[in-house]
Each structure stands twice: as structure tokens, then as C-alpha cells.
Design a protein around this ligand. Sequence first.
Ligand SMILES: *Cc1c(COP(=O)(O)O)cnc(C)c1O
Length: 370
Amino acid sequence: MNKPIFFTAGPSQLHPIIPDAVQKALDTQIGSISHRSAPFQELFSETRNMLKTLLQIPQEYEIFLLSSATEAWERVVENTVERETFHLVNGAFSQKFAEAAEHMGKTVQTHKAPDGKGFSASDIEVPKTAELIGIVQNESATGVAVEPDLIHSLKRTFPEKLIAVDIVSSAPYAKLDYSHIDMAFFSVQKGFGVPAGIAFLVVSPLAIDKAKHLAENRKAPVNYHNFQALQKYSAKNQTPETPNVFHLFLMHEVLQAMLKKGIQTIRKETDEKADKLYSFFEHSKIYQPFVREAKDRSPTVIMIKTADPAEIIKTAKEHGFMLSTGYGPYKKDHIRIANFPSHESDQVDKLIKILHNYEHETAHKKTSES
Ligand SMILES: *Cc1c(COP(=O)(O)O)cnc(C)c1O
């Protein structure tokens, strides 16, 4: 049998250029270069520049290399918040972001929406004392995406507060206006199709200033990934520690391929594949999109309610397609399907066909049993 295709929510299918990139990394001995050498500086600088171009991040923003999005939750809070954060929570990942702030000893307030629902700007009351608003733009546990405009409007209403956005399962698709965002972060094993092990944190000048102010007043911890250390090395196109150079190189190669394709094409293809999947599920008798309102549906993580996920996942696997179960309490009656740039349109068609045949066969079985 052919290698399976991972339509899992993350880690997910690797980008098609990864095998060549791995070979190139070995050929060029990238795993042995010093992180203080010119070749590393060039690699790091080019990678960050390509990210800025792909996502249209303002030139004056910093991009730091971290080890995971989980780390980013902590670094963001630790470096830029003295006392209080405010979070939009509508699922397990946005909840975890809020809990990370709690574990860092901050006062945490939340605005909650039920699982599967989005937020409406008029319902959100941001506490005056909150220094940072934490948002998970794409809630991977439920398949809800937050409208970028809602995020931008929060910045317009509260320009002095820091807006921190988790884009782990929506980057590079999410079309954000970074002039209205202070921090955004993602790990690479979802939408970028790179093996897990690194993450990027985008930081605005306002957030850098806040971190500097807290550090000068000894209100931020001194550790190797504090913003001052990251910024000091960043100025030299370096990192404080010996980083995961190998995966940084793979990311460099993926970004090159993505820029060649163009972000508009990537977004358009993602929308087209999402439309195919959602319209199939909407017309099905055994699968229902968990998110009722079309405007709240994530194009990149699609959650489906269905009676027998284990059987469906098993059937798809037999055909070479890996799917995810629901997350946490949704495990027993939901599946999740990722729709990232590494998932090709004809693979989506094949997956739909398999799910369609499964539905057809179960209906047939039921009729012959009764
Ligand atoms: C997967 C995921 C994370 C965690 O990413 P790690 O790389 O495992 O730290 C955080 N937020 C969201 C929305 C995710 O989907």
C-alpha cells in the first residue's frame, strides 16, 4: 500500500518538498553548522524575511524562534504582562492559553462562548485593568475560527492593550492585519507541514516596549528566552541557545515553496477544499458539521459529529487516509479533518469518496438488517 496521507489536525501531512529538503539538509551538512556562523545567520535571516513577506508582517516587528506554541503561551504572558490578562475562550486550546497565564501567577478573566460557537464583538466586555487580550484565532478542539475583523476591532477599541493571537492551526491561511496585532505565534507541524520542534513568535514594537519596561523594573523573569535576550541575539540573526537548525532549514525550504505558489493561491485553494468538505458533510445523513453557523466554521480544522468515529477512522485508514478523533470530551462522537496547504485537492476528493461510500454502505447494511 502507498504511504498514508495524514489529514490529522496536527501533526499533519508534511509538505511535499520535505523529502528533497531533508536530502538537501544532509548534503549541505546543515546539522553540523555553528549557530554563531555566517551560514546560520543567513538561514535565520532569510527564513524570517520570507515569513514577513508571506504573512505581510511589518518590517519593524520582531520574529523570535521558540520550541513550541505551548512555550509561546508562557513567554507571551511572562514577558508582557505584569498583573492581568483577558482571554476569549471557546474550547480546550483557548482554555489552555488562559490557564498558562494563571500558572504564571496572573489574574485571569475570560469571556466564554459555548463550544462550537464564535464570539460577537458587542458581547465582549474587556476589563479596564487587563493588559493583554489572548485569542486563539482557530480553536483546534472545536473547529471554530474567529473572524480576523473581530480581532482587529479589539485593537482599534483598546489600542493600549496588547493583542496576542494563537494561529497554530490557521497559519499561513489566516489573513491577519499585523498592524492590529501585537503578538502572534504558531508551531510548524500543522499548516506549514514541517515536523514538530520549532515555533515562531511575531512581536510588535509595542509589546517589545512593554517587555523592556517590565524587565527594567524587575517584573519579568530573567531566563534564556526572555524578550531582551531574544532581541539581543535577533539583532545578530542568532538565537540565545543552540536551536533546532535542521527544522529551521526545512521551514526555510517550505517558505520558499509557499512564496513561489503565492499566499493568494494558498488561501484560495484552502477555501475551495473547505467548501467541498463542508458541502459534502452538510448534505450527509450520518455526518454533521459540529459548528452550525457557516461564518464560524474553520476552513483549516473541520469538526464533524458522527455516531461511529472509530469505525470511520478505521475505514479511512484502510484506504490510506489518517483522520483525527474529536478532542477531549468530543472523542467518542466526533472526527476532525485538517485542511492545510499540504493537502491536495484530489486527495480531498478521494477522502470525500471514501466517506461517501462508508455512508452508502452503512445505510445499505441498515436496510438489509431491518
Ligand atoms: C496544536 C495547538 C497548540 C499546541 O502546539 P504545540 O506545538 O504542541 O505547543 C496550541 N494552540 C493551538 C490552537 C493548537 O492547535
